[in-house]
Design a protein around this ligand. Structure first.
Ligand SMILES: [Zn+2]
Length: 191
């Protein structure tokens, strides 16, 4: 009997590819670890800005970070801020709607990301949104955390839950990696 080897997980959705090269993001932004080796889990986060009048959406920034650096970054953030963030997400996320989208389109993760998972607003009504997902090698990993999309309204609320020191940490990360000034960092909350 021949055993069919099935690769676990879905391939990387186009929306999570490098927006310049259209290929995968290959290296951890912090330690440069080669993510294509598939040795470590990694997160991709992207922030988009919509220009409704121009009917265009631009990527403000995007990065991949390996599990080890991700853990280290989170440890560097204040416990209180992280607890506030998870409590906010646990109580405000519309898990039912998310589950429904996943069940309706099991093979099309981009459709899971059609609405803000917290406010339920469709992407078309948002001026900015942030997306994130977990991967290993060239596969999407959904068992720890499904891919998420969060719109500007929820991002602003989440930002207000952060302590001054956490904001400073996040500002430092953005400045160091992208040369992004603190007043723009509010567009990204590290999750
Ligand atoms: Zn790393």
């Amino acid at each position: 009997m021949e055993e069919r080897e099935e690769q676990e997980g879905l391939p990387i959705p186009d929306i999570f590819l490098n927006s310049d090269t259209k290929g995968p993001l290959t290296n951890c932004i912090q330690c440069d670890h080669d993510l294509t080796l598939g040795e470590r889990f990694y997160m991709i986060e992207k922030v988009f800005k919509r220009y409704p009048q121009l009917e265009s959406t631009q990527v403000l920034f995007e990065y991949a970070v390996c599990s080890e650096c991700y853990e280290r970054m989170r440890e560097g953030l204040s416990k209180e801020s992280m607890a506030n963030l998870s409590a906010y997400m646990m109580t405000n996320t519309d898990f039912e709607a998310m589950q429904m989208r996943m069940q309706t389109y099991p093979d099309d993760p981009e459709k899971w990301l059609s609405h803000c998972m917290i406010k339920g607003m469709p992407k078309e009504e948002l001026t900015e949104f942030q997306m994130g997902a977990c991967f290993k090698g060239d596969r999407l990993v959904t068992n720890f955390m499904p891919p998420f999309m969060i719109g500007n309204v929820a991002m602003e609320e989440m930002n207000e839950l952060l302590s001054k020191e956490t904001k400073d940490e996040m500002d430092g990360f953005m400045d160091e990696n992208f040369g992004i000034p603190p007043e723009l960092r509010k567009d990204l909350v590290l999750i």
